[in-house]
Write a protein that binds this ligand. Sequence first.
Ligand SMILES: O=P(O)(O)OC[C@H]1O[C@H](OP(=O)(O)OP(=O)(O)O)[C@H](O)[C@@H]1O
Ligand SMILES: Nc1ncnc2[nH]cnc12
Length: 170
Amino acid sequence: MNLRDYITEVPNFPEKGVSFKDITPLLEDPQGFALAADQLLDFTEGLHIDKVVGIESRGFFFAPLLAHRLNAGFIPARKPGKLPRKIHSQEYELEYGTDALEIHQASISEGDRVLIHDDVLATGGTARAMCDLIDNLGGVVVQCNFLIELSFLNGRDKLEGVPLKSLIIY
Ligand SMILES: O=P(O)(O)OC[C@H]1O[C@H](OP(=O)(O)OP(=O)(O)O)[C@H](O)[C@@H]1O
Ligand SMILES: Nc1ncnc2[nH]cnc12
C-alpha cells in the first residue's frame, strides 16, 4: 500500500469547507506506521541532529520515535500552561485569534541542531512559531518534517530558508 492510502479524508471537519486529513488509520496499521517512520527517518539521512521537537499534540505520535532512532533527545512543544519549569513561549496566529507554544528553556542549548516534526503543515503558522522559538533559544533548525503538507495553503511561504520535507503532499 501507498502511504497516502492510509489517510482518510473527512469532509467538513472540524468545520464546513475543511477536508480533514485523518492519520489515525495509518497509526493503527503496523505496516503503515513503520513505513511512515522509516520514510521520515530517510529525510534526515546525513544530518547531525541533537534534539527532536514534537508539536502538541499530533506531532507527539512520531517525534519520540524519530528521536530514539536518531539517538537524539525528544522535546515536547506544548500548548500554554502545561510545562512546570521556566519556559520560552511563542505566539502564533490562527484563523481566529492566537495560540502559543511553549518549551522548557533548559531544553535547548546554544548551537543545538534541532529537527522539528509535526503531522501536518497547513498555513505554516505553527511551524514558523516553533522555528522562531528555537532560533530565540540559540538552537539551529536543521529540518522541519511533516507527514502531510497541504500545499494549497502555502505554508512553505512562511518558512523560507528552513529545509522542509513532507511525505504526502495534497
Ligand atoms: O500549519 P498550521 O496552519 O499552523 O496548522 C498545522 C497545525 O494544525 C494542527 O494542529 P491543531 O492545532 O489542530 O492541534 P492538535 O495537533 O492538538 O490536533 C496540526 O497538527 C498542526 O500542528
Ligand atoms: N485539513 C487538515 N487536516 C488535518 N489536520 C489539519 N491541520 C490543519 N489543517 C488540517
